[in-house]
Design a binder for this molecule. Structure first.
Ligand code: TIU
Length: 348
């Protein structure tokens, strides 16, 4: 019986493993730090022994009979040869090697020391291209597969004439102008396959999740939980609490019901984002200085890169919207980035 150390071409899980059919897999091993590894057209590794600057290379050891060993050798490209390879544990075994003079014509990937790791990283990069949005204070770079669109509280009670917002004396037209841009970003995000998350501010019918400070704040004659123009104000399940029809969630898009202004507070938003390895958030919604700001600040502290879509966020106070956006992008993007919906859609 013969043993053979291989480090790529023939490795388990890779296509050419078929060459080794019938061989017994003995395990994964490392060489002593005396080798260099080059990538031959990203098709197979070229490993050779070096006098200095050597690294340990990861590979696998197989046991096979003479016949199979001859077939393996014959199945390899002609410049590869089988020679002595010293393992980390002191053993010297046969291994598949590449002539140094040939290998050095190709890129040195010794720092990886592991062909599979190198190839996997290349594939991941290819599957995860970076995109760029023309934004302030500078370009926003993001990986679409790690990006979520978060639409904050586009609820009837905040946006519709006759809702709770208007009942409080607010001019809802300032918020309604955000619907079209948000819709365009939402459509583009859905087309691009981004994770889309909607949030709604509100409380359970029993109001046990409504803090007293929030209930009495504002000193209005009607407050959260009371009967409003579209059902009980900010109570889940009521008409006014639901998302406006123009931006209604599709099947499978998470809807986060939040009792506070911060979409992370007392919700499973962070768990959902981490579950999908999300790193970038594109944020739309209302109102800029309240729930959007609070959420973006909270997201920023959790390590998420946030871009707020300027024309897809609004406030009952236009001045607050403007200054709110300025605050996000000030000081080199202290909380994140700001861009127009057109630029976001273009990038997606
Ligand atoms: N979503 C959100 O911002 N909730 C608010 O209560 N905003 C106000 O501006 N009042």
């Amino acid at each position: 019986m013969k043993t053979l150390f291989v480090n790529g071409t023939l490795m388990r899980g890779l296509e050419l493993h078929g060459n080794l059919a019938g061989a017994e897999f003995l395990g994964e091993f490392k060489t002593s730090p005396r080798y260099r590894l080059h990538s031959i057209d990203d098709i197979h590794p070229g490993m050779f022994e070096t006098e200095e600057g050597g690294v340990a290379v990861t590979g696998e050891l197989y046991r096979m009979d003479e016949d199979l060993r001859r077939r393996v050798e014959a199945g390899e490209p002609p410049h590869l040869y089988i020679g002595a390879v010293s393992l980390e544990d002191g053993r010297v075994v046969d291994g598949v090697l590449f002539p140094k003079a040939e290998a050095v014509k190709h890129p040195d990937i010794s720092k990886w020391g592991d062909w599979r790791l190198y190839i996997n990283t290349k594939h991941q990069k290819a599957e995860r291209p970076m995109k760029h949005i023309d934004a302030e204070p500078y370009e926003f770079d993001f990986e679409p597969s790690r990006t979520a669109l978060v639409i904050i509280d586009m609820q009837r009670d905040f946006l519709e004439p006759g809702g709770f917002g208007e009942m409080l004396g607010n001019d809802v037209s300032h918020l309604r102008s955000t619907i079209e841009p948000t819709k365009r970003v939402l459509d583009a995000a859905r087309r691009a396959g981004l994770l889309v998350i909607h949030t709604r501010e509100g409380h359970a019918a029993h109001l046990r999740d409504l803090q007293e400070n929030k209930r009495i704040r504002g000193r209005g004659d009607r407050t959260i939980g009371d009967m409003g123009p579209m059902g009980r104000i900010l109570v889940r399940g009521e008409e006014g609490h639901d998302i406006i029809p123009e931006l209604y969630p599709q099947e499978g898009e998470p809807v986060i019901d939040k009792p506070g202004k911060d979409a992370f507070y007392a919700t499973d938003l962070e768990h959902i984002l981490r579950q999908r390895d999300i790193r970038y958030l594109i944020v739309c919604g209302v109102t800029t200085e309240v729930c959007v700001h609070t959420t973006v600040r909270a997201a920023n502290d959790r390590g998420f890169e946030c871009l707020v879509v300027a024309d897809a966020t609004g406030s009952y106070f236009p001045e607050f919207r403007r200054v709110g956006l300025d605050m996000i992008k000030a000081q080199g993007g202290i909380f994140g980035w700001v861009a127009d919906s057109g630029d976001v859609v273009k990038a997606l």
